[in-house]
Design a protein around this ligand. Structure first.
Ligand code: HEC
Ligand code: HEC
Length: 385
């Protein structure tokens, strides 16, 4: 501990020295990855894209027979017409429960190395089973998924063509879904066009918003690089999700998750806010931290934040302009882990409008898709003898 502290003091002292010497300015000492247009998503070597695999993945994404009681598909919580998410503050859940977090869009998830609000999955192949099998989402069961798919001749044929499976294998369900998600790309927004050199792609107001984003409003501290996220975790001190105080169903899920994530008995009794990254690391310093989300396609994905607490960009910008808020956490450790990076910004009304106009430039035309026609069950021919 001591070593680390004195080391960081040396680093600060050195960069301060250089700044004084005029070699680097204090601002450039904390330069963040620049904003830039977004290229194509990475494709993992062990799951190459093919048109047949993508088509199979699309069918499976829309097919509720992957879910426990065959009534919930991925597309029921990632609804194309709702920004490929779910437009309630907290997502719907598996029948009989509600979820406990806001449904994230699957648009551009292909670029992320940390999936979910607390980055608990590293790849789409890895994320899909948690979504399909988790108790408050798909609540599916591996053997049952395989049994159902075996009775859908169209799937048997397609899994054989794409993966060489004699019978559909559940691990290949995740691979096909991931391949489909890697086609849900949004990288030609007005902002991307502008960054590629089309200076007319943004209005003057949006250009002013871009400058504020990188300057006075300091959004770039966390929303940086081509994805507009550093993929790190922060506690912003968001207002509490109201549902947890007023809705019985929401409280059931919230309590259930505390036990499922292994918190102490004391915390289970007292906690009123989602502890975020803490559930994964059990480090007090991670209380209430969530992954910085990428900002493309957000014109379609309100409400915002892990608990859906803000309904539009104006509310988001007001929150940041006030220097984050207001949540007087009941739990002191939660307050202690709140980021120091948010400070009152002193934006004028015009500046706030400029910033909102820039946020709007991070979305292009809506990505529309209708539910594909899904193949039917058929009994297998009886075995001879
Ligand atoms: C009952 C609702 C529900 C169902 C069903 C569901 N999801 Fe989700 N999905 C969510 C919620 C809510 C989150 C955020 C949860 C969290 O972070 O704890 C999420 C997060 C994700 C993410 C992470 C995006 C990001 O930015 O990190 C991906 C990808 C995703 N879901 C894909 C899927 C796929 C594929 C399926 C089907 C196998 C599926 N989901 C089924 C509600 C659902
Ligand atoms: C300290 C890092 C940090 C700074 C600075 C920051 N953000 Fe964020 N932003 C985050 C995190 C973390 C979240 C998710 C928080 C959560 O859900 O608990 C987020 C969420 C958002 C969302 C919601 C996205 C969604 O999908 O729900 C928007 C919009 C947003 N920020 C815009 C901005 C703007 C505009 C600024 C500058 C005024 C800014 N952010 C400054 C870290 C930051």
């Amino acid at each position: 501990m001591k070593m680390a502290k004195s080391l960081s003091r040396v680093i600060i002292a050195t960069s301060f020295g250089l700044a004084v010497a005029g070699l680097i300015s204090p601002a450039s000492a904390e330069m963040k990855p620049s904003l830039a247009a977004l290229g194509a998503p990475p494709i993992p070597a062990d799951n190459p894209q093919t048109p047949e695999k993508i088509e199979l993945g699309k069918l499976l994404f829309f097919d509720s027979r992957i879910g426990g009681d065959a009534s919930v598909s991925c597309a029921d919580c990632h609804i194309p017409k709702q920004g490929w998410g779910f437009n309630d503050p907290i997502s719907r859940g598996y029948p009989g429960v509600i979820h406990w977090r806001n449904s994230q869009t699957v648009i551009n998830s292909a670029y992320l190395g940390k999936l979910f609000w607390t980055g608990s999955a590293k790849s789409l192949e890895n994320q899909a089973p948690s979504a399909a099998l988790g108790a408050v989402s798909g609540n599916g069961e591996r053997d049952m998924v395989e049994a159902r798919l075996a009775f859908i001749p169209e799937y048997v044929k397609r899994f054989n063509q794409v993966f060489g499976d004699d019978w559909p294998k559940v691990n290949n369900v995740w691979k096909a879904m991931a391949a489909f998600e890697r086609t849900l790309i949004h990288n030609d927004t007005p902002f991307d066009k502008y960054m590629r050199g089309d200076k007319k792609a943004l209005s003057e107001q949006q250009v002013r918003g871009l400058e504020l984003f990188q300057g006075k409003a300091n959004c770039i501290a966390c929303h940086n690089g081509p994805l507009l996220t550093d993929q790190k975790y922060y506690n912003l001190g968001l207002p509490r999700a109201e549902d947890w105080l007023t809705s019985g169903l929401a409280q059931i899920t919230f309590r259930y998750e505390q036990y499922a994530k292994g918190v102490t008995e004391e915390m289970y009794r007292k906690i009123k806010d989602d502890a975020g990254l803490y559930y994964r690391t059990k480090q007090k310093s991670d209380m209430g931290k969530f992954r910085t989300p990428p900002l493309r396609y957000t014109a379609y994905t309100a409400p915002f934040m892990h608990n859906g607490t803000f309904f539009d960009f104006d509310e988001v910008v007001d929150f940041y302009n006030d220097g984050g808020s207001s949540n007087e956490f009941t739990d002191g450790t939660m307050a202690a882990s709140k980021t120091k990076l948010l400070k009152p910004l002193g934006l004028t009304d015009t500046e706030k409008e400029d910033l909102v106009a820039f946020l709007e430039a991070l979305s292009g035309p809506e990505i529309k898709m209708s539910t594909p026609k899904l193949p039917r069950y058929a009994p297998l021919p009886a075995m001879a003898n």
